[in-house]
Design a protein around this ligand. Structure first.
Ligand SMILES: [Zn+2]
Length: 418
């Protein structure tokens, strides 16, 4: 954690004079936690990122006059979010719920606002280490309303903002004043560094969702259960290049079949292949979408709008699943945290983001690799079904020979026999 209030602990250097900038205060107009900075040599004024979230790795410095960004080359997207939000800054009032759970003596603020769902959730996972490793602090969690249900027990206060993800990067001066006013009630306030990808040993997902993940020890005794994670906006799409897919692509271009219909057909071919290989499979589809069009034997859990009860019900389904299958993205975070295994479809553009959407358990590295498979996006439905059924069928053997607890059990048994 770093000191936020009254004067934040941060070091930025004037890009014109190469001298340390004077820190006058801080400003939090949304997802950005910023230092208010002045150069005592050239008198230019700046906002500079405080070391939290993405800014731990790629802090930006922005000139108040004109909005020029320094440091953009390290993460142009992160620079663009700041520059764009600053040039479109607004003063619109937002609905905020300030929930006081217990008195705050030593304030520690965790800012989970962001425009990407995955970023918000990953920041929120830092709450556990704040609570467990810094019990002398009283944790205040600042979250978008859609994440309110995931805030763990033990926090001192929850500030939930009605800010949709689509506006999650916005610069809101009204929000900055509101947060500033609340934080000013404390003599001092610290800021959680909110690492982007918390270590698996630093959180347990049931502290957040109240749903216990799939019990690996019960793998072999449960009916094979698979859940397909559906997204309308990131599709299990057609393979690139020519060949036998050219005709289908032409059909889609001409409007004979939509890309969503194509995804549904692929998923159905996957479902049939899976059922051929595992006739007693329990298959469900979950995700934000209009349900319908599936045969009776597949459970359709899709819904066009999210609410807490639905999200928790989905988590229970993931936790009952040996395997969840889906296209790479933040849609895989909660499924991977709860399910026995994941098989993910990766588009060519996303290979560099591999593993960013998997919430690993604190486990043996071989088990982690076994449980989380990644395949190219153009994987055939029948091949996908083979991989999923192989994971489900072979995990018990894998655990017998390679899981650490199995190895020590075998050694013990050998000693007894000797
Ligand atoms: Zn200067």
């Amino acid at each position: 954690m770093i000191l936020l209030h009254p004067v934040p602990a941060v070091a930025h250097v004037c890009p014109h004079c190469n001298t340390q900038l004077h820190v006058a205060g801080w400003y939090m107009p949304g997802m950005r936690s910023l230092a208010d900075l002045t150069c005592q040599t050239c008198a230019r004024e700046f906002f500079g990122d405080l070391g939290a979230g993405q800014a731990l790795y790629t802090p930006m410095l922005m000139e108040k006059a004109g909005g020029a960004i320094h440091g953009a080359a390290r993460a142009p997207w992160f620079a663009n979010w700041l520059q764009r939000s600053y040039s479109n800054r607004n003063d619109a009032a937002l609905n905020i719920d300030f929930e006081k759970i217990r008195p705050v003596k030593q304030a520690l603020l965790l800012n989970c606002l962001d425009t990407l769902y995955g970023h918000c959730l990953l920041k929120l996972l830092n709450a556990q280490s704040c609570l467990d490793q810094h019990p002398e602090f009283d944790l205040i969690v600042l979250v978008p309303r859609i994440l309110r249900w995931l805030v763990p027990q033990g926090v001192a206060a929850i500030w939930s903002v009605d800010l949709p993800l689509s506006r999650g990067a916005e610069w809101n001066d009204w929000l900055a004043k509101e947060i500033g006013r609340r934080v000013a009630e404390f003599d001092k306030c610290w800021l959680s560094v909110a690492v982007s990808h918390p270590l698996p040993e630093s959180y347990r997902i049931e502290r957040f969702t109240q749903v216990v993940p799939f019990a690996l020890a019960q793998w072999g005794s449960r009916r094979p259960t698979v859940t397909f994670i559906w997204r309308d906006d990131r599709l299990w799409s057609l393979p690139a290049g020519g060949g036998r897919w050219t005709r289908l692509r032409r059909f889609i271009r001409r409007g004979f079949i939509s890309r969503l219909e194509d995804q549904q057909q692929r998923m159905m071919r996957f479902a049939h292949a899976l059922k051929m290989q595992m006739p007693d499979v329990d298959l469900a589809v979950a995700g934000v979408s209009q349900p319908g069009g599936l045969p009776q034997w597949i459970t359709d859990l899709r819904h066009p709008e999210l609410d807490t009860a639905l999200e928790r019900a989905w988590c229970e389904r993931y936790a009952a699943s040996h395997c969840v299958v889906g296209v790479h993205g933040s849609n895989m975070l909660l499924p991977s945290a709860h399910a026995g295994a994941t098989v993910e479809l990766m588009s060519a553009a996303q290979w560099g983001n591999i593993l960013q959407d998997i919430l690993f358990r604190n486990e043996d590295l071989r088990t982690a690799v076994f449980r989380h498979r990644v395949l190219p996006i153009d994987t055939e439905p029948v091949t996908l079904a083979s991989v999923v059924s192989a994971v489900i069928r072979t995990y018990p053997d894998f655990a017998t020979y390679m899981a650490p607890e199995a190895a020590s059990n075998a050694v013990l048994a050998g000693r007894v026999q000797a």
